[in-house]
Design a protein around this ligand. Structure first.
Ligand code: ATP
Ligand code: MG
Length: 397
């Protein structure tokens, strides 16, 4: 497939943003450039409100190129394009070459569509479409190719611009908005199924993402941390590089364990995770915190628990999975490719310090009263945890 020298990038939502459109397009182009860099000398350019990615003359990995382009947030579709010189003869040749390369099985119906963007090109679009369709049919009719102008299996488009561009299929992208067009947030990223999906969904809305993981060595292993890094890296394949802050949470957890009722451990721990995340968010100029919580999934995610946890911070907390069933989240994680990593059995700090009968309807006053037991003990631990944070940039390639 290395004859493909160009991809046409489709992007829906950003097309409707009026004046901002240019900003959005430029950001999308920057992301595409960055993500393709390691694959070769790809040129990304804009022309008449279209984004084109031109492949280098040298060999490149077609499957990898398509794999990357179809993951960038903001891209709704990627069309591999066959390019030809702008002559009448080349118009039919380019269409035939394109069909030869992309449709090994020729038993399908098609409709030929010509866009004469260069009005100096002789002929009119309808006539040209009929002529080229005829040439194509002559080439492949014996292999089962046929015309259907009402409900074709394949729409073949030939655009006449500075050159001839032929495409016939749209490989779907994730959609959404280019990362960086909607502020910045920090996600609480654990090794579970949910938070990587929450990270993905927020990034998909154009939010630049950072992440924080609360690590509790020796209660949680290096493998658990590596799993979180792998998950963040998979999501970075869509969202671009993600900075991950690794917080050593052990001393904080032990202090809570030693000084607070055990049935409230999870709630109090989460409140400290939120407080630390908020401090990091402020320092990193993030406008919101993101978690993978969903109402009623576990005891710390009952409505009452979520409210009490939420009360620990002022910053908005976004929970993109709030209304989703576990099965729906699983399907999403399979789709984005995080599921197989998420189900690897490495312990989570919360499962180790978890009580057999955690509160499901915590009361804020009660929790606040018990947190008073930590006064004078926890503040230096929180400061030290923030001071000792390790940052890593997660990047797929
Ligand atoms: P997940 O599948 O995302 O791990 P979960 O169903 O296991 O979620 P909880 O363990 O209650 O649920 O965690 C709820 C949310 O709290 C997670 O989605 C994540 O955003 C955050 N969280 C939990 N543990 C950690 C951790 N060790 N580090 C960072 N964030 C965490
Ligand atoms: Mg979890």
């Amino acid at each position: 497939m290395n004859q493909i020298k160009m991809f046409l990038i489709k992007y829906a939502e950003i097309g409707i943003k009026g004046k901002n459109r240019y900003v959005f397009e430029d950001i999308l182009m920057k992301h595409i450039r960055n993500r393709m860099k390691h694959l070769g000398d790809f040129r990304v350019r804009k022309d008449y409100g279209r984004i084109y990615v031109e492949a280098p003359d040298t060999e490149y990995d077609y499957d990898e190129a398509v794999g990357i382009l179809t993951k960038v947030f903001g891209v709704t579709g990627v069309c591999p394009v066959t390019v030809g010189e702008k002559t009448r003869g080349e118009l039919s040749n380019a269409v035939i070459r394109h069909v030869a390369a992309f449709h090994p099985n020729k038993a399908f119906s098609f409709k030929m569509f010509v866009k004469r963007c260069d009005k100096d090109f002789p002929g009119n679009s309808m006539d040209l479409a009929a002529e080229i369709g005829g040439d194509l049919l002559q080439e492949y009719e014996s292999e089962g190719l046929r015309v259907d102008v009402h409900t074709p299996d394949v729409l073949i488009t030939a655009e006449i611009r500075d050159q001839i561009y032929v495409y016939s299929m749209v490989l779907p992208g994730p959609g959404g908005l280019p990362v960086g067009t909607n502020g910045k947030a920090i996600a609480l990223l654990s090794g579970g199924i949910d938070s990587p999906v929450a990270l993905y969904m927020t990034g998909k809305r154009g939010v630049e993402m950072e992440a924080v993981y609360f690590h509790s060595p020796p209660y949680t292993s290096l493998r658990a941390l590596e799993k979180v890094e792998t998950l963040g890296t998979i999501v970075s394949g869509y969202a671009g590089p993600i900075r991950l802050g690794i917080v050593d949470f052990t001393k904080i957890q032990l202090a809570i364990y030693d000084n607070c009722p055990h049935d409230e451990l999870t709630i109090i721990m989460k409140r400290f995770m939120f407080r630390i995340a908020e401090k990091l968010a402020e320092a990193e100029e993030c406008q919101a915190i993101v978690t993978g919580e969903s109402i009623g999934q576990v005891s710390s995610q009952t409505m009452q628990s979520l409210c009490v946890i939420n009360d620990a911070v002022k910053m908005p907390v976004f929970r993109p999975l709030i209304g989703m069933d576990k099965q729906e989240i699983v399907e999403y994680s399979e789709k984005i490719g995080t599921f197989q990593t998420s189900i690897q059995p490495f312990e989570d700090c919360c499962t180790i310090f978890v009580d057999k009968h955690p509160v499901t309807k915590p009361k804020l006053e009660v929790i606040e009263r018990h947190e008073k037991n930590l006064e004078g003990i926890i503040e230096p631990l929180v400061d030290a945890a923030i001071e000792g944070i390790t940052w890593k940039v997660l990047k797929e390639n």
